[in-house]
Design a binder for this molecule. Sequence first.
Ligand SMILES: NC(=O)C1=CN([C@@H]2O[C@H](COP(=O)(O)OP(=O)(O)OC[C@H]3O[C@@H](n4cnc5c(N)ncnc54)[C@H](OP(=O)(O)O)[C@@H]3O)[C@@H](O)[C@H]2O)C=CC1
Ligand SMILES: O=C([O-])CC(=O)C(=O)O
Length: 272
Amino acid sequence: MKKIGLLGCGAIGTQIALAIDSGKIPGMLTHVYDVSKETAIELVSKLNSKPEIVENSHLLSSHSVNIIVEAASQDAVKDVGLSVLQNKRDLMIMSVGALLDESIYAILSDACNHFKKTIYLPSGAIAGLDGIKSVKDELESVSITTTKHPHSLKGAKFFETSQIDLDAICSPTTIFEGTAKQAVSLFPANINVAALLSLSGIGSEKTIVKIIADPDTDKNTHHIEAEGKFGKMNFTIENFPDSNNPKTSRLAILSAIETLRKYCSDDIQIGT
Ligand SMILES: NC(=O)C1=CN([C@@H]2O[C@H](COP(=O)(O)OP(=O)(O)OC[C@H]3O[C@@H](n4cnc5c(N)ncnc54)[C@H](OP(=O)(O)O)[C@@H]3O)[C@@H](O)[C@H]2O)C=CC1
Ligand SMILES: O=C([O-])CC(=O)C(=O)O
């Protein structure tokens, strides 16, 4: 049975741990870490099979786990990604925006090759990446329009320099338009999906992102449009937000669970 180390015990980490504990993911959660020890303790208190809480993120992969599952932050990926692979563990990443930093991408990709390990990126809060990957060489334009409630956008780095007051928004308002590369750095906890789209398609400088704050929505909606020699694709995903973290969609959690379930199973693999 595969052994799993968990980095980040928040909304996604908790649901992954519960899915392992219930047997839905046929693996063993052996070690966990969160920058907040109370958060890690709270997560472990919910589990029948108790993993060890380690004292720092680097200790996670020093234990004999098969995979480290990151559900923490882009900084966490930049901090421990390489050492996980050097320790010959696979890595699953949710904070995919970290990979739009070309030097991080190159270091981690080289390390996968060198240490014969794999990085898994679940499709997260969107659908359609199978199609985007297949038509990659024929893609001419890709865009994603993300609509969230203003509360779900709070705390983003973007607002450190913007004059926009989220509390004053009373109708759907476009607050950002730019490249995926800019978006993941200004909204690191909101638009990792744009990084997934960029990495599957035509890159982070050509993937266009629009973010709309809508005070009347109760969903996190992602609308993707892709066009090229192959034809056109449009996907709209209307996600319910997680009850503990409204920035994060339920689909992101379910996609992480499904990716890890596949990793832990010898099974028929469906889809591109
Ligand atoms: N790929 C995708 O489609 C999606 C990706 N995400 C991303 O996945 C990640 C997890 O999401 P979610 O569970 O909802 O987030 P949460 O904020 O609910 O949980 C993250 C937890 O990780 C902790 N943490 C942050 N940085 C570190 C670190 N360097 N080392 C250890 N622990 C750390 C946080 O602590 P503290 O709160 O104290 O910072 C928090 O307890 C986020 O980066 C999010 O943006 C989310 C949704 C979709
Ligand atoms: O969960 C979502 O809807 C999207 C999200 O937060 C992200 O991509 O970071």
